[in-house]
Ligand binder design. Sequence first.
Ligand code: F6P
Length: 319
Amino acid sequence: VTRIGILTSGGDAPGMNACIRAVVRASIYNGLKVTGIMRGYAGLLAGEFIPLDVGSVGDIIHRGGTILRTARSMEFMEKANQDKAATILGQAGIEGLIVVGGDGSFRGAMTFIERGIPVICIPGTIDRDIPGTEYTIGFDTAVNTVLDAINKIRDTATSHDRTNVIEVMGRSSGHIALQAGLAGGAESILVPEVPFDLDKVCLRLLRGHDRGKLHSIILVAEGVGSAVKIGENIEARTGLETRVTILGHIQRGGSPTALDRLWASRMGAQAVALLLQKKGAVMLAVEKGELVEKDLVEALQSKNELDMGLYQLSGVLSI
Ligand code: F6P
């Protein structure tokens, strides 16, 4: 291998830049050349390539977003365009590809593997919803961003004796809600993986209120449904004054935490090492706290599950 390509795809996530930097620096250290592919598969189809040298990734380790930009490409779903994309890679002399993104992006990467181009996939999404890994780049930063918001909302909730419902991202998974809710001491955490009973949520609120609690925080994962409706329902059923905050894209930005920078750096360097060992069709993952490589097909067939131990703990601690 003499030249590799790297792209970021799907929703951006803090730490992606640290990963790009690691890929570029580890490649150059090992005598490889690196091509940056802009805007994910959309930019690949449009031939939007930039050379990445040592200096091009300076001063980005602490920045959120992705310098390569990103996209969710519909046209790449078509077989003719997948053929075209593989040809474009060949013409650019790219002999191995590193894809940083979510499982949708990894399924896209399969098209190159089927055409003989090695690909290493690095999990990058704030949602932590990729099968086969207990960590994704950006998750830790997003959880800490939500935690910061909870702390701030808690201040005003206490002053006004209110219930605050906070809606967080996560697509159809509840990892962000669960971890930020547990760390932030939320009264209830509603996640799509576990059915909930709003009456019980309300009972718990009233019990806390009767005990003299001055505020209550309810975390709602976006996959559960509209937090606005849930908030209206809670107010109607309990009579407690309720406010709703939808955190939205604030959760996608910001300087990555040390944890995200460290994993992003390790994964980026390891992806280069695997391409040098002529490996392809691999997804990097964290399992039991260790960085491991997984067969991409097998990883995509496995399930992403919520940590039920943590979920139960949140119930115990918020009686
Ligand atoms: O996958 C990351 C994510 O932020 C999800 O949590 C959310 O559902 C989705 O992307 C939002 O997508 P967009 O930025 O395209 O609105």
